[in-house]
Structure formats: C-alpha cells, structure tokens
Design a protein around this ligand. Structure first.
Ligand SMILES: Cc1cc2nc3c(=O)[nH]c(=O)nc-3n(C[C@H](O)[C@H](O)[C@H](O)COP(=O)(O)OP(=O)(O)OC[C@H]3O[C@@H](n4cnc5c(N)ncnc54)[C@H](O)[C@@H]3O)c2cc1C
Length: 405
C-alpha cells in the first residue's frame, strides 16, 4: 500500500485525504495547526456556490480597476508592492481578465464545482456529518440593469452548461426569500440558483477527519510544521519537521493553500499564488433572517444561513504577503453588512464572531493541481475565492493524476 503524506488540513487537504483513503492509499494528514481547518477554511463565507464559480479576474473587474485603485470601492483595497512575485502575479491576473480567458476559467471552475456537488453526496452517504449543511439555494442581487448586463456572457455560458438558474424580478424573488424585504436598495434582477448549498467548512473538516480515522485508519499529525520534502535520486522519500522526526512516505500532496515554502524551488509556481484577504462575521439569526444564501453584488457581501446563525463574508484586500486583521477594515465590513441586511442578525459588538482569512488566489482563479518535478510530489493549491466549493472536485482531479502516474 502506497504511503501518502497530505500536507495542509484545510478543505483542500481534507478532501484530498478523503479520496486518497477511499482509493486505498495509507494517508497521513499533517498540519502545523492543532487541528483541521484552522487556516483560510475556518470561517469562510460557507457557500457551496456550485452555480456561481465565476473567476475573480473578469472584464467587468478590469473596467472597475481605476475605481478600486483610487479607493472608491470600499470592498477592495490594493496595496501595490515591489515584490517581483506580486508584480508577476498582478500582470498575469490582468491578462486573465480578458473576456475569452475569464470565460474559459469560469467554465473550468464550474466543472470542478459540479464534481464537488456529486462527491459531497457520497461523503454524506458514507459519514454522518453535522455541519449545518442545507441545499437552500443562492440569490445574486443586481442593483441595476447595467450590472446585470455585464454578467450576460457568464449567464449564457452557464445556460449552455445546463446549470439551473432563474432570472427573477424583486417581487418574484421576495416570494421565495422574504428576507429581501429588509434590503434597503433597489434590485433590478435576481439570479436564483436553487441547487446551491451552504455549510460550515470547519465542522465538515473535523467531522470528516474523525470519520476517516475510524473507517480508513487515517493518521493525523497536527501541531507539526513541515520544513521540507526529503528525496533520494529525485524521488520523494519523506517529510522533515522543525520539531519531530522525519516521516517516511512514497508520495507527498501539498495542500498548503498560499504557503509554498515546503516546495523545492523547481516546483514553486512563479507569480502563481497571492493571498487576498477577506473578513467574516457570524451572528445569531433574527426571526427575519434569510434561508437562501444571498450575494449583495453592490457591496460584494455574501450572507449564508448556518443553523441558528447567519455568516457574512466580504472584502478583498490585495497586497500584504502576510495579511493581518485590521480593526478599521472589519468595522467597515460590519457597517456595510448592517446597512444591507441588519434586520437579519444580532449585530451588537461582542455578539458577533469576527474572523479574517486569506484566499490563496491564482491569477486565473484555477487551482494548481499537477505533479511536481520531484517524482512522487503533487500540488493541489490556490483555490482562491471558491475553495470550499471546489475542494472535492479538485481532490478528484488530483486522485486521477496520482492514480495514473
Ligand atoms: C473571507 C473569505 C470568504 C470565503 N468564502 C468562501 C465561500 O463562501 N465559498 C467558497 O467556496 N470559498 C470561500 N472562500 C475561499 C476558501 O475559504 C479557500 O479557498 C479555502 O479555504 C482554501 O483552502 P485550503 O485548504 O487550500 O487552504 P487552508 O485552509 O489555508 O489550508 C492550508 C493549510 O496548510 C497548512 N500549512 C501550510 N504550510 C504548512 C507547513 N509548512 N507545515 C504544516 N502545515 C502547513 C496551514 O496551517 C493550513 O491549515 C473564502 C475565503 C475567505 C478568506
């Protein structure tokens, strides 16, 4: 039985461990944190946006860029850096905003998202997981006809792929989701995807890891930082750590999000991944809270119902290589959330769970899933704004590579 070490226990690593265990590999899941999902996967927007899947780089974002650089859109903040990695990433990102590239990237992401949806059904049959999962649908609010028209090409692509979406006016959408009455601004159109879902990624990861330990004998090594990948004659032989003994293995899967430092130089994607910081808050739902996930495109905020809570996520801050929590940015985010749907959740300071994380973004928004130059090394990184939605589909892509090597 081949021994695989999966480094990184976020959604990408846990999903990879699941499919590798199921395929008969002897898997050890390693993370420097004390448990699974304590990085970018911890308290993200919680949306399994199977029908969204839009690449971050798009023609409309490119048109909006002067606005963003002049700080006229509070949802974004760009701090230009002189780091060559950032400059290469930025130039590659701009190229991916071209219409044909952006549509091809979106199509790729939608396929991965679709695969996640199918594989999640297998997980739910095999394991009894409790993560406030609900197929509650998702609504995207377009405030103007111009904003809706800007998304027309993507909408057509989704129709051509057979993705179920309906275009509704405000009253039709409110009949499905009464919480829209709380929204203070005009809504020109609502795109409703009834098959989209939401669930807590951290509880999914901890529950699935427990299940894999019991069912497949998954080994875990938490609280240990991997320093490097050991090799002999260009082939993986193990992992080295800062504080514990080497772990011998035949294959290594790097699911380290935005952290590339364990990879040999020859395998680091140049300008390949840059962190894009975001914020979330989790607050008790009011009786008027939404059931359907809602994306407020005007403020770039997402709202999801998680049991008795509402999870809100937003902001995209690009620049710092090691982002830190900013009280000023969080306050701005909290105010915008209250402005949009303040009637849906308890929002007194002290009653909300505040969190910030960094999306590991590639210029194209496509995750990097490929074998390394070192034999036995595989990468499954850079899931950007949609890692929760893409995790199982990406893991299947990875398993196909591992199995056919
Ligand atoms: C504000 C926000 C909202 C979001 N909303 C959504 C959403 O609604 N839907 C959606 O689909 N996606 C969403 N995302 C994106 C999603 O959260 C990420 O794409 C996803 O979490 C990335 O998962 P990952 O497993 O690749 O990375 P991570 O979860 O960061 O996992 C990587 C792990 O690798 C470990 N690691 C790194 N280096 C080492 C080392 N040397 N040794 C040991 N361990 C190491 C880290 O400790 C970490 O635990 C959001 C992200 C943010 C920030």
């Amino acid at each position: 039985m081949k021994r695989v070490a999966v480094v990184g226990a976020g959604v990408a690593g846990v999903a990879s461990a699941y499919l590798l265990c199921r395929a008969g590999y002897a898997v050890t899941l390693v993370d420097r944190n004390q448990g699974p999902a304590l990085g970018a996967s911890r308290a993200n927007g919680a949306q399994l946006s199977y029908a969204y899947g839009d690449a971050l780089g798009s023609p409309s974002l490119l048109r909006h860029l002067p606005h963003i650089l002049l700080r006229r859109d509070p949802a974004y903040r760009v701090q230009l850096q002189t780091d060559p990695e950032f400059l290469i990433w930025g130039l590659r990102f701009l190229a991916e905003c071209l219409p044909t590239r952006s549509l091809a990237n979106t199509q790729h992401l939608l396929k991965l998202a679709f695969a996640t949806r199918r594989l999640l059904e297998d997980v739910l049959v095999e394991f009894d997981l409790s993560f406030d999962y609900q197929v509650s649908g998702k609504m995207i609010l377009y405030s103007t006809a111009k904003a809706f028209a800007a998304g027309a090409a993507v909408h057509r692509l989704k129709q051509s792929m057979g993705i179920r979406q309906e275009v509704l006016d405000r009253s039709e959408a409110t009949a499905i989701e009464p919480a829209l009455t709380l929204y203070p601004d005009s809504i020109d159109r609502v795109v409703y995807s009834p098959d989209d879902a939401a669930g807590r990624p951290d509880r999914f990861c901890t529950g699935l890891v427990d299940g894999l330990v019991r069912r497949y004998g998954l080994r875990t090594l938490f609280g240990e930082e991997v320093r490097g990948i050991q090799s002999c004659k260009g082939r993986v032989t193990g992992l080295s750590f800062s504080t514990c003994e080497q772990l011998d293995c035949d294959l290594v899967v790097a699911t380290t999000g935005a952290a590339l430092d364990i990879l040999p130089w020859t395998d680091r994607p140049v300008g390949g991944i840059w962190p894009v910081q975001g914020y979330s808050m989790t607050a008790a739902a009011s009786p008027a809270a939404m059931r359907v996930s809602i994306t407020d495109l005007k403020r770039k905020l997402v709202f999801a119902r998680l049991g008795d809570d509402v999870r809100i996520a937003g902001l995209a801050d690009i620049g710092a290589a090691r982002p830190r929590f900013s009280d000023e940015r969080f306050d701005m985010f909290r105010s915008a959330s209250i402005e949009a749907f303040g009637g849906a959740f308890e929002h007194k300071v002290g009653e909300i769970g505040a969190w910030s994380g960094a999306r590991p973004c590639t210029p194209s928004s496509r995750p990097i899933i490929r074998p390394g130059r070192m034999k036995g090394l595989y990468l499954n990184l850079g899931h950007g704004t949609l890692g929760w939605t893409l995790c199982l589909g990406s893991a299947q892509f990875l398993l196909d590579l591992v199995a056919t090597a």
